[in-house]
Design a protein around this ligand. Sequence first.
Ligand code: SF4
Length: 207
Amino acid sequence: MAEKRNSPFVWVTWLSKLMSGEISCEWAPWFRSHYQAYDKAPSDFDLATWNIRHTRLLREIRLQRQQAGDEVLVEGQAQFYYERPNSGLVLSGKPDLVSFSGNTLTVHDAKTGQPRASDQIQVMIYMYCLPIARPEFASRTLAGQVVYESRSVGIPPSAVGSDFEKDFNYFLDVLESDTHPHKAPSENECRFCDIGPLSCPERVTAP
Ligand code: SF4
């Protein structure tokens, strides 16, 4: 039985997919933000293979940055909890790796699948939140990099300006609101959604 959270909690990947338009069902990230311990739909995703490829790519990034003389923090070392001002909402994320070179902190995220807009947005959210949520990073210039298996995409510090801040807050409002946002059941989207039929009776299953 799903339990209502005391206050909204948002994971960065829920927000990045909503901001990128890769999901049409706004209700799914809203529900996860307001409820926990809900019934989970079975998944056929091959997590073991994904983990191995991701771990290997991340290890290669770390070795490359260390060979360049950078200091690095990986995963749990760079986790943050961003407390939204004048709100009980907490946004949390765990960048794959951050590296320090001079005064610049670069957020690196390893991706093994097809490139998606949400990959870059995810890193931009990290770049926005890290200096606020982790005061030890506040004086740094933040850059980003999404690393795929065959190429990488750099994100300059200027990408996270006032326009990004407005969009970030617009979509956080959607997740924070007590009003249920749009639910859009479809076979395409429901098959990748972890919310089970007890919590979402409209869930569409493949014939
Ligand atoms: S199962 Fe489908 S309709 Fe239900 S929340 Fe998930 S994506 Fe939306």
